[in-house]
Design a protein around this ligand. Structure first.
Ligand SMILES: Nc1ncnc2c1ncn2[C@@H]1O[C@H](COP(=O)(O)OP(=O)(O)OP(=O)(O)O)[C@@H](O)[C@H]1O
Length: 303
């Protein structure tokens, strides 16, 4: 019910005893905590993501119809919407992977298209349909990504070992990525996205195809990461997951933002986020019954 949570969507105890015990998410990772304090103070004032008039069409299809949204820093943010709502298109534009037709995006105050280097050093991305360097092993992939990010070798080695351990990939570290399962790919992709300790992490359906144990592990890592002041923005269709994880939610439908704010604000008087979501996206009453009638050939009675 509305108001039964403290708005954090988290109980503060962390996930089922998972103790990442290592990667200094949210810190500088280079032994400079004072810098991080300054950074945290800065991001208090500056939104993690600021979107203005964002629009994208594919031919006749308006995928994103002019979005304005400010995502506060230090939050666990869920971007939810039905199939085809424009979530992936929005995330692709926000992370600089797809050029918008119009509009601007700023990450921690930096324009994604005017200042791409500043933005890319501050973000981590786990995109939909993640493409990885398939012929590298998991460890080699992280080592390579660390080098691309310009991290010192010893630091890459340290972070890689810790991430592999925490994400339960240590046993598969020498296996080629092409031989990884769907869930393992998500986890190594997440490790690659976290390696440089970004300020804002964007995840497109991070829990899709992930078993409950791995989901809990990923959850633990992300909760630890946001707990230190970083921001996670993730897309999902799974309302229960969003409700249990997120501080802040934006609901997208037909390329437009239908609601945004804290979980309690978006849920309003509805019994659950799922109910609020169905109201917001205009789910048609009786849809399932109608579908049932039109499928009169389906099922045992029709044989
Ligand atoms: N490259 C493309 N070419 C043509 N149409 C596209 C392209 N990418 C997305 N679209 C269309 O834009 C709309 C938004 O798609 P998008 O993938 O952003 O939605 P989504 O909310 O991520 O959906 P889902 O939850 O099903 O992944 C859809 O109608 C889709 O068909």
């Amino acid at each position: 019910m509305a108001g039964d949570q403290d708005g954090t969507g988290r109980d503060g105890t962390g996930p089922g005893g998972t103790d990442p015990g290592g990667p200094e998410f949210g810190g500088t990772g280079d032994g400079a905590p004072a810098e991080r304090t300054d950074a945290a103070a800065r991001t208090d004032a500056v939104p993690a993501v600021s979107i203005r008039g964002l629009r994208k069409e594919f031919g006749q299809q308006v995928a994103v119809a002019g979005i304005d949204l400010e995502i506060p820093a230090g939050q666990f943010v869920g971007l939810v919407g039905p199939n085809g709502a424009g979530k992936t298109t929005t995330l692709s534009m926000v992370t600089g992977l797809l050029r918008p037709d119009s509009g601007t995006v700023r990450i921690a105050g930096h324009d994604v298209w005017q200042d791409p280097v500043a933005v890319k050093s501050r973000i981590g991305v786990l995109p939909e349909g993640l493409r990885l360097f398939e012929r590298l092993s998991g460890r080699e992939l992280l080592t390579y990504m660390g080098a691309l990010r310009g991290l010192p070798d010893a630091e890459v080695e340290r972070r890689t070992s810790q991430l592999l351990h925490v994400l339960d990939l240590a046993g598969a570290q020498s296996k080629l990525v092409i031989d990884y399962s769907t869930g393992m790919r998500k986890k190594i992709g997440l490790a690659a996205a976290l390696l440089h300790n970004p300020e804002v992490l964007f995840l497109d359906e991070p829990f899709e195809g992930v078993d409950p144990v791995s989901a809990q592990t990923i959850r633990g890592v992300l909760e630890r990461y946001t707990g230190s002041g970083a921001t996670v923005v993730f897309s999902s269709h799974v309302m229960e997951l969003v409700e249990s994880l997120c501080d802040w939610v934006a609901v997208l439908a037909t390329g437009r933002i239908r609601a945004h704010g804290t979980l309690a604000e978006v849920r309003g008087d509805a019994g659950s986020l799922q109910e609020a979501f169905l109201e917001l996206v205009g789910a048609r009453a009786g849809t399932s019954a109608t579908a049932g009638d039109s499928l009169d050939w389906l099922g045992g009675d029709a044989r």
